[in-house]
Design a protein around this ligand. Structure first.
Ligand code: AMP
Length: 232
C-alpha cells in the first residue's frame, strides 16, 4: 500500500468479531486499530470526569451520547493525517458509527483530518448465535486481548498473549443482561448504518460465523478489492 491513509470501518453486532479482526489487522498488517469501546473503557479506567459520566451507561450496554463519544475519539482521528509516519497506513475503525447521526459526525471528523471512509466491512451473524459467544468470552485487562475459553480461567492464571497474571476477566457489559441490551441497541440504532454505506457503494459483507482465521482471510480479500494491501 503506497501513500495516503486508508480508512476501513468494521461494522457488525457485538460479538461478531470486530475487535478480533481489528487486532489481527494491527498485528499482521501494521494497521492502526481504533476501537471506540477500548477508548471509552480507558476513559472510564482513568477516572476522568467524562469517564465517570459514561461508566454506568456502558455497564448497562447502552450507547454513550454522540457528544461524549466524539470528545473521546476526535483526538485519535485528528492525528491521522498529521504525522508523516501515518502515510500509507491502514486505519481500522471498530465500534463507530453506531447510529445514523454518527455516520455524518464521523464523515465530518475525518474530513477535518483530511481523510475519508474508503470501505466498510460488515461482519454479519444472526443475533441469537452471538449470545452464546459471550458466555465464553474473556478479556485481558492488561493487553485488551479477547479470548474464547470453554471454561472460566483459574484464579490468577496468565493471559496467553501478554503473560500478565490475574488479568483475565469478564467485561461488565458481557454479563447476560447487558449483552441482551447491547444486541437490542444494535438492532434499533446500528443496523440502519449498513444501508447508509450500502447506498454509497462502499459496503462489503462477510460471514461473521467463520472462525477468526477464516474471517481474517475474507477481510483481506475484501480490503484488496478496495485498495492494494502490500503490508500483509
Ligand atoms: P464495544 O467494545 O465496541 O462493544 O463497545 C462497548 C461499549 O462502549 C458499548 O456498549 C457502548 O456503551 C460504548 N460505545 C462504543 N462505541 C460507541 C459508539 N460509537 N457510540 C456510543 N457508544 C459506544
Amino acid at each position: 500500500m503506497r501513500g495516503g491513509v486508508h480508512v476501513i470501518v468494521l461494522l457488525g453486532p457485538p460479538g461478531a468479531g470486530k475487535g478480533t479482526q481489528g487486532a489481527l489487522l494491527a498485528e499482521r498488517c501494521g494497521a492502526r486499530h481504533i476501537s471506540t469501546g477500548s477508548l471509552l473503557r480507558d476513559e472510564v479506567a482513568s477516572g476522568s470526569h467524562l469517564g465517570l459520566q459514561i461508566r454506568d451507561i456502558m455497564a448497562r450496554g447502552e450507547l454513550v451520547s454522540d457528544g461524549h463519544l466524539f470528545a473521546c475519539l476526535e483526538h485519535s482521528l485528528a492525528s491521522l493525517s498529521r504525522s508523516a509516519e501515518a502515510q500509507g497506513t491502514l486505519v481500522v475503525l471498530d465500534g463507530v458509527p453506531r447510529n445514523l447521526a454518527q455516520v455524518g459526525l464521523l464523515d465530518a471528523a475525518l474530513d477535518r483530518a483530511g481523510v475519508k471512509v474508503d470501505g466498510v466491512l460488515e461482519l454479519q451473524a444472526p443475533l441469537e448465535k452471538l449470545v452464546d459467544r459471550f458466555q465464553r468470552r474473556w478479556t485481558c485487562s492488561s493487553c485488551g486481548s479477547i479470548l474464547a475459553l470453554e471454561s472460566a480461567p483459574a484464579a490468577g492464571s496468565a493471559c496467553p498473549r501478554c503473560g500478565t497474571k490475574g488479568s483475565l476477566g469478564r467485561r461488565d457489559d458481557d454479563a447476560p443482561e447487558a449483552v441482551r441490551r447491547r444486541l437490542a441497541v444494535y438492532q434499533e440504532a446500528t443496523a440502519p448504518v449498513s444501508a447508509a454505506y450500502g447506498k454509497r457503494g462502499i459496503l462489503e459483507v462477510i460471514d461473521g460465523l467463520l472462525d477468526p482465521e477464516g474471517t481474517h482471510l475474507k477481510v483481506l480479500e475484501k480490503i484488496a478489492k478496495i485498495f492494494p494491501l502490500s503490508s500483509c
